[in-house]
Design a protein around this ligand. Structure first.
Ligand SMILES: [Zn+2]
Length: 283
């Protein structure tokens, strides 16, 4: 029954999508494109998946930058004056805590979409998007914001959203299935970005970084002991953060560093990569 509903929905979406001629789409893009500003790259992916050719997305924290410390450029602040929507992560990320009020001051007409609405937050952990189930809630919140600003295109946004939610469901099912085959549940990571992911899939994240800082010598000794005891051979690091402390541990345990990115733009593709690295490490 459910399958049938989904199939009907998909075919409806296909008909809907093909009924737009390229010329029409082009015209739309030039005249009434909706400018959306987001804080981090994965949010840009969510907005583009729902908004399709009706949105133009600008990202505040550029690739490789650290959202705990990044400061916007004057050009980015100017871009805000043209934005219809600002999508914030909404989970207490440093960048937003410091800058959000200033952004609202710059453009009071901009609709602020709090993508975290409805998500159960973990204290002092802003990395909500790294659980695909949270991502689904964020996508729903983005959809609602787009419909509020552009109600005429509700159907278009709704089709796109349903399509993307279906892909996120598939991703969640696959992660659950693959991780259920593995006994070991503990993994070590430099920057603790994977708390929501760990909570969702019954894993345990051991962080090298302490309160946003490199670990002290005494912490390193403890971590090395812990890694040896559990049999950890992989320390996960991310491109936006230092690898110093992680390197020391890896050397001591005869293990290696593996990069996983909490901020990659292509969300689903990136989560597949993360899953396969995790499985390698937990095996
Ligand atoms: Zn972080």
């Amino acid at each position: 029954m459910r399958k049938k509903v989904i199939l009907t929905l998909v075919s409806f979406c296909l008909i809907f999508a093909t009924s737009f001629s390229p010329a029409k789409a082009q015209m739309n893009q030039d005249s009434e494109v909706i400018r959306v500003v987001v804080t981090i790259l994965p949010l840009a992916d969510f907005v583009e998946n729902v908004g399709g050719n009706k949105v133009k997305v600008t990202v505040m924290v550029p690739p490789g930058a650290n959202p705990h410390t990044y400061e916007p450029t004057p050009a980015q602040l100017r871009e805000l004056t043209r934005a219809k929507i600002y999508v914030k992560v909404g989970s207490g990320m440093d960048f937003e805590l410091i800058w959000m009020n200033k952004f609202i001051e710059i453009n009071r007409n901009m609709l602020i979409c709090d993508s975290s609405r409805g998500i159960q937050l973990i204290r002092k952990d802003p990395h909500i998007w790294l659980s695909p189930l949270n991502a689904k809630i964020q996508v729903e919140n983005i959809y609602e914001a787009l419909v509020k600003v552009d109600p005429v295109n509700r159907k278009y946004y709704s089709c796109n959203k349903e399509n993307y939610i279906r892909k996120l469901n598939e991703l969640d099912t696959e992660i659950r299935k693959e991780l259920s085959k593995i006994k070991k549940r503990e993994f070590m990571v430099f920057h603790p970005a994977w708390g929501y992911f760990a909570r969702e899939y019954n894993l345990k994240q051991i962080a090298v970084e302490k309160e946003g800082k490199e670990p002290a010598a005494r912490d390193l000794v403890k971590l090395i002991k812990q890694a040896r005891k559990i049999g950890i051979k992989t320390i996960f690091v991310s491109p936006q953060f230092s690898t110093k402390g992680a390197k020391v541990i890896a050397r001591e345990i005869g293990g290696k560093l593996v990069f996983i990115d909490p901020l990659a733009r292509d969300y689903i593709e990136n989560m597949h990569r993360v899953l396969s690295e995790l499985i390698q490490a937990l095996k």
